[in-house]
Design a protein around this ligand. Structure first.
Ligand code: NDP
Length: 401
């Protein structure tokens, strides 16, 4: 029997919700590429419930305990005295979400002598030292596609919010004002703008498709080129690298995974090559942008706005400069954990567990690391290595709380 250690974000400050704004969520059984949404044998939750927090338990407790497994759920994940670090020593399986990541560094992996499987209940396994997982033969799996569309919707929202200066305008209403000139002195239409994505995988392509009706000029760069018919249908301009793309775009969105090839990609040099007054939207991973370079660019006017929901580390320290820099539209890491997305990644986590316990191969598209090498989706989109360095700083949030 296995010990399953699950790290989830805290319950709402007002307690676990007794009811929801809506009675149901739409049933979706296929993703846009034709693959099926998660298909476990059953689920023990009502889709639309809050599953990603500690009391939600991803709806897994009954399934795991009926199977005789031990199930430990905690939000206390950072620092050497955290529940996560103590429970990790004899855990067989770790489940974590990118929104509140349980960083599995090389040091932690070395202490976790029994660890066989690290599941990301979501997408993006950069909180795991993939090189250490490769070296120790640990399988890393995520629920590919589960929240890609959730994020794509968020990206479009953030592009519009920045370009149209929505957040300051909303704040004028709340403050009791009617300051139209203050609202519009930084407001534009996106119509006619050049919008580009770094990464045109599941999220990036969905963003491009959603932006086409806005009559913008669309650009992308990616390690692999999209099929010619997709480029033609969307009127895409392909760029061999981010350098070439950022020079011509008014809006840039980042939709590539964090790995050694993308860490700090948006530094002073690359941001300096963007058009003055460009907007940057990064819902991929905070570490893809250089924290201080973003602040400098907003202060100088090189960037007109920066938005996203990803930070490094997470939770972001209370004095993280992205909380207070000018012209930003930051949220905590929420885009991929809508109630709609939670239903899919909770079911996907259960599907991975069911297959693992049954000794069946996991779905190929869920694999990031398996058999001592990058595999499945990981072999396609990641490079081997470690992107967790500096994650111990996440403990500062707890100390300052
Ligand atoms: P995909 O794997 O479908 O797409 C990622 C794309 O990025 C792939 O096409 C990949 O190339 C491309 N890519 C990798 N490295 C580079 C590079 N150096 N330059 C340009 N493109 C590159 O993943 P998703 O679209 O579903 O998700 C993307 C990322 O978004 C995740 O890894 C995660 O970090 C983040 N995410 C954030 C969420 C949130 O809540 N904010 C939720 C879900 C995901 P190829 O495969 O062609 O080699």
């Amino acid at each position: 029997m296995a010990k399953v250690l699950c790290v989830l974000y805290d319950d709402p400050a007002g307690g676990y919700p007794p009811e929801y704004a809506r009675d149901a969520i739409p049933g979706i059984d296929h993703y846009p590429d034709g693959t099926t949404t998660p298909s476990p044998s059953a689920v023990d939750f009502k889709p639309g419930a809050l599953l990603g927090c500690v009391s939600g338990e991803l709806g897994l407790r009954k399934f795991l305990e009926d199977g005789g497994h031990e199930f430990v759920v905690t939000s206390d994940k950072d620092g050497p005295n955290s529940t996560f670090e103590k429970e990790l020593v004899d855990a067989d399986i770790v489940i974590s979400q990118p929104f509140w990541p349980a960083y599995l560094t090389e040091e932690r992996i070395a202490k976790a002598k029994k660890l066989k499987l690290a599941i990301t209940a979501g997408i993006g396994s950069d909180h795991v030292d993939l090189q250490a997982a490769i070296d120790k033969g640990i399988t890393v799996a995520e629920v590919t596609f589960c929240n890609s569309i959730s994020v794509a919707e968020h990206v479009v929202m953030m592009i519009l919010a920045l370009v149209r200066n929505y957040i300051p305008s909303y704040q004028w209403v709340v403050k009791g004002g009617w300051n139209i000139a203050d609202c519009v002195e930084r407001a534009y239409d996106i119509e006619g703008m050049h919008v580009g994505t770094v990464g045109a995988g599941r999220i990036g392509l969905a963003v491009l498709k959603r932006l086409k009706p806005f009559d913008v000029k669309l650009h992308y760069t990616d390690k692999h080129r999209l099929p010619a018919n997709v480029e033609k249908d969307l009127g895409l301009t392909y760029h061999p690298d981010a350098d070439s793309l950022v020079k011509v775009c008014d809006v840039v969105t980042v939709n590539a995974p964090l790995h050694p090839g993308t860490e700090h990609l948006f530094n002073d040099t690359l941001i300096g090559k963007m058009k003055r007054g460009a907007y940057l939207v990064n819902t991929a991973r905070g570490k893809i942008a250089d924290r201080d370079a973003v602040v400098r660019a907003l202060e100088s006017g090189q960037l007109a706005g920066y938005a996203g929901d990803v930070w490094f580390p997470q939770p972001a320290p209370r004095d993280h400069p992205w909380r207070t820099m000018p012209h930003h539209g930051m949220t905590p890491h929420v885009s991929g954990t809508t109630l709609s997305a939670q239903a899919r990644y909770a079911a996907g986590t259960r599907e991975i567990l069911e297959d693992f316990f049954a000794g069946k191969p996991l779905r190929e598209e869920y694999l990031i690391v398996a058999g001592g090498k990058l595999a499945g989706a990981g072999a396609h989109a990641y490079t081997a290595g470690d992107a967790t360095k500096g994650s111990e700083e996440a403990a500062e949030f707890k100390k300052a709380g």
